[in-house]
Design a protein around this ligand. Structure first.
Ligand code: RP5
Length: 340
């Protein structure tokens, strides 16, 4: 079995987080390899394993590291493949590692997941691979159902078991409910480019400037896209209709500030990969944490604050796994950036 995913740890002390990733990959039956190599202590080893891994057919890299976690960025320097980064909580509750991983310069994104979320890194890697491997996609879909079922079951196992004088067993027995998916209202559907490969959802008008950076780079990479400004809280029907309407999109990109509901809302509606671009709002506050810190089962591949360009590059890297033409276009982007 040739591994499709390489997990790289910055230290043996990161193994507990790698176990979470391996549990998911074993369950999804995706072959992977595991290496330990430090960006600072063994930089040459990082370069060697990443270059050899890429030549041998690794499709996605997962870098797991704590402290000044430069490992995922170092991996990205040596491969055109997408790199997922998992910050580890060693000091400062993992914020140091999160900042080191997510705030990458253009055009070298790291698809960052939440602190210690090895499980979400594995799911994200499977979502990337599932774009060209239907068996893997189906396994991701059924894994998502397991996570959903766990929530539903906890209404019985936790709520029903509570014995307090004022909690009442009302008519809403979740177990007996038929939970229907929202129907798409054709009259409300408004997506210009239904067959676009990438769908960009912008949570509020003020974030459109960041979204435009995405479209500029996607155009350069010749990747078709559609874009919509719609808030899942103010216009929930329109939001659901848009995501459903874009059912042929391979990748969704959520652009949002404040509570990042736009990005989180998309993840609930699709098993396809979701990239999140956290934006700065009018008060100068940024919303990286509300974008990246997703619960187990529902990852958002987060890029740096306001870094729409890196979201587009990441989308290109994901789509380039089975499209060498995009690898060449990405190379050109990098060269151009360097000669500027
Ligand atoms: C990082 O420093 C590693 O990824 C690890 O999370 C942290 C501590 O490493 P050790 O001192 O335990 O080797 O580079």
């Amino acid at each position: 079995m040739t591994p499709k995913i390489m997990i790289v740890l910055g230290s043996g002390s990161d193994i507990a987080i790698a176990e979470k990733a391996m549990d998911i990959l074993d369950k999804l039956e995706i072959p992977y390899s595991l290496k330990i190599a430090s960006a600072h202590r063994t930089p040459n080893l990082v370069r060697e394993i990443v270059q050899k891994g890429t030549d041998d057919g690794i499709e996605v890299f997962i870098g797991i590291a704590g402290l000044a976690a430069h490992l995922p960025g170092s991996i990205a320097a040596y491969t055109p493949r997408p790199v997922i980064g998992v910050p580890v909580d060693v000091k400062t509750n993992g914020i140091d590692a999160l900042e080191s991983i997510v705030q990458m310069p253009y055009p070298s994104p790291i698809a960052t997941v939440g602190i210690d979320r090895g499980d979400n890194a594995a799911i994200l890697a499977a979502q990337f691979i599932g774009l060209h491997d239907d068996e893997v996609h189906k396994k991701v879909v059924s894994l998502r159902k397991e996570y959903a079922q766990k929530v539903i079951n906890s209404n019985e196992s936790i709520v029903q078991a509570i014995d307090r004088p004022f909690i009442k067993n009302d008519f809403l027995r979740i177990k007996d409910m038929e939970i229907n998916k929202a129907e798409v209202d054709e009259s409300e559907v408004n997506c210009k480019n239904q067959d676009a490969e990438v769908a960009i959802v912008v949570g509020r008008q003020t974030d459109v400037g960041v979204a435009k950076k995405i479209t500029t780079i996607l155009d350069r990479l010749k990747i078709s896209h559609d874009i919509k400004v719609v808030c899942p809280i103010r216009s929930p029907k329109k939001f659901i209709n848009y995501v459903k309407c874009m059912k042929n999109a391979k990748i969704f990109i959520g652009v949002s500030s404040n509570s990042s509901q736009a990005t989180g809302g998309i993840v609930g509606l699709t098993a396809r990969p979701v990239i999140g671009v956290p934006c700065t709002n009018e008060n100068g506050d940024d919303y990286m944490l509300t974008t990246v810190s997703m619960p187990p089962g529902v990852p958002v591949a987060t890029v740096g604050i306001n870094n729409g360009k890196n979201a587009a590059v990441l989308a290109g890297e994901i789509l380039s796994i089975d499209n060498p033409e995009i690898v060449q276009l990405l190379d050109k982007l990098k060269d151009k950036k360097i000669t500027f």
